[in-house]
Design a protein around this ligand. Structure first.
Ligand SMILES: O=C(CO)[C@@H](O)[C@H](O)COP(=O)(O)O
Length: 230
């Protein structure tokens, strides 16, 4: 990182940072809403566009107590720049992802039950559904087990997603990490990851799974990413 780490939020970024504080706080409410976390597990962050800063959840604060003012502004090495709370346990890993992947603007982490069960087995979720082709462009990969608190998880996330279209990775023995152009996209990927993890788990109870042909996966992904919706 060549630019010096800001020691305070530059005045010209104040409005954007305050907007992101509110947005990241609101997105955290989606994690319990979609049953993706228990108690205080999980977290979401957003990169501050045009700055070596991110906004992330405070560590260990119950979701119902989170407010925009609780969100913590950190540099992309995990150092607090603004905030009265201790940042998430995964701050170093979120920061690593942002440093390694300039295209990523949001990161989410959950312990959603079905996807985390696949992570416990260290098993990738095969692309057997059109919904998987749409959102993930293929299988949902597994990343390595890593201890918590530094940037090891972030390094594993970046390595596991290298060269793949998937915005989600199942971190072995831990849970789901997702990325996106913004925090909204990362949270959506987490919701969709749990949805397909559950469906594929149920399907496999009934018999063998058949992966979609690659050309169909490619066509479905292209449509969904480039033509679907408004
Ligand atoms: O599993 C982990 C650590 O990766 C997290 O989901 C924690 O459980 C939540 O940590 P904070 O973001 O509250 O520090």
């Amino acid at each position: 990182m060549s630019t010096p780490t800001p020691r305070a939020v530059p005045e010209e970024l104040r409005e954007e940072v305050d907007r992101l504080r509110a947005r990241v706080c609101g997105l955290h409410a989606e994690l319990p809403r979609w049953n993706l976390v228990a108690w205080t597990s999980g977290n979401v962050s957003a990169r501050v566009p045009g700055a070596d800063l991110m906004v992330i959840k405070p560590s260990g604060v119950p979701y119902g107590d989170l407010s925009p003012q609780d969100m913590v502004v950190c540099d992309l090495y995990g150092q607090v720049v603004e905030g009265h709370r201790t940042p998430s346990s995964d701050t170093g890993s979120h920061a690593y992802v942002y440093r390694a992947r300039p295209d990523i603007g949001g990161v989410a982490h959950t312990h959603s039950p079905y996807a985390t069960a696949w992570a416990a087995r260290g098993e990738a979720i095969p692309c057997v559904l059109t919904a998987m082709a749409d959102e993930f462009g293929g299988d949902i990969p597994v990343g390595p087990f890593a201890l918590i608190g530094g940037d090891d998880i972030g390094r594993g996330v970046v390595a596991a997603l290298e060269g793949l279209r998937s915005p989600a990775v199942l971190m072995r023995g831990h849970g789901v990490f997702t990325v996106g152009a913004g925090a909204e996209a990362a949270v959506k990927a987490a919701v969709m990851c749990e949805d397909v993890a559950r469906t594929v788990h149920i399907a496999r109870q009934g018999g063998p799974l058949e992966r979609l042909p690659q050309e169909h996966i490619d066509a479905l992904h292209d449509r969904y990413q480039n033509a679907y919706g408004q």
